[in-house]
Design a protein around this ligand. Structure first.
Ligand code: GUN
Length: 292
């Protein structure tokens, strides 16, 4: 069993991006500028957004955090998005989810200019991605395929089973694994909360991608010997032996599944760090595309 070390690979990616930013700087070219809109005070979102901004600083990007109260009216948020669409200094921006209930996710996503949608959530980017046209790929799925690519894991002709069909992970990652591309060219099965006899599918997976948010729900009896397992989940589990009172766990029961795998992502240190690196890669690619 070999670990798919997302921490290590994301460090490599960030160093590559940083070197590109230095080249832009020495050539007096525009420095990539990412803006992040955060609405409200969801603690997990504050942590994620904080890491995104900190990582921008580390690699030499400009960044702007726009923190809005959770009472903000939808129309005011949409107006802010329009301002960012028009701001020529901003190369890309994201609106961190989840949003408060009174705000429509769909309206927000549709309001973002596809050319600045570095989260890759706009229907135009998702459509272009599905058709294998140049597009911003959603950060987590992009991180997953980059991890498989950097470990040179063969995917063509393999059976990839995805558990989960969310717009952020399950749906786009299943399309990416199916595309005529490398990584890709898998035969893909997508399982979800209404799937009957989940195990009968997961046992057939050469590559199993788990994105359900159901902590440690994939157990050893569900995994084929030699499978590649990618765990997208991350959650806190109470643990009295830890000073913090919790430990981080994925959607896969790592200790019992890992011995059966050829490759598996740890949690933390697997897909998580790849997500931020992929978002920043998108922002850099956006700048390059504009100036190409
Ligand atoms: N919330 C959880 N994951 C993401 C993400 O990739 N982008 C945004 N904007 N919000 C998220």
């Amino acid at each position: 069993m070999q670990l798919l070390d997302g921490k290590k690979i994301s460090e490599q990616l960030l160093e590559e991006i940083k070197a590109d930013v230095e080249k832009l700087r020495s050539g007096n070219k525009k420095i990539p500028h990412l803006a992040v809109i955060l609405v409200g005070n969801n603690p997990a979102s504050e942590t994620y957004v904080g890491s995104k901004i900190k990582t921008c600083e580390r690699i030499g990007f400009k960044s702007t955090l726009i923190h809005l109260p959770d009472t903000i009216e939808e129309a005011v948020l949409l107006q802010k998005i329009e301002e960012l669409n028009k701001d020529s200094d901003i190369d890309g921006f994201i609106v961190q989810s989840p949003l408060p209930k009174h705000i429509s996710d769909e309206k927000v996503i549709n309001a973002i200019s596809p050319a600045k949608d570095v989260d890759g959530f706009h229907p135009e980017n998702l459509g272009r991605m599905a058709l294998n046209m140049p597009a911003f790929l959603p950060a987590t799925p992009y991180g997953v395929i980059t991890l498989l690519d950097r470990y040179d894991i063969p995917t063509a002709g393999k059976h990839c089973v995805v558990i989960g069909r969310s717009h952020i992970v399950g749906l786009p990652v299943s399309l990416l694994m199916m595309r005529n591309s490398k990584p890709g060219n898998c035969t893909v099965t997508v399982c979800h909360s209404k799937t009957v006899d989940l195990k009968s599918y997961t046992l057939q997976a050469d590559i199993l991608i788990v994105a359900t948010g159901q902590t440690e729900s994939v157990t050893a009896d569900m995994v084929k010997e030699g499978a590649v397992v990618v765990d997208v989940g991350i959650s806190r589990v109470p643990d009295d032996t830890k000073k913090s009172g919790f430990r981080l766990a994925g959607d896969v029961k790592f200790d019992e599944v890992a011995p059966k795998c050829s490759y598996i992502t740890p949690v933390p240190g697997g897909v998580g760090p790849m997500t931020i690196a992929s978002l920043l890669k998108n922002t850099l690619e956006g700048v390059k595309r504009k100036t190409a």
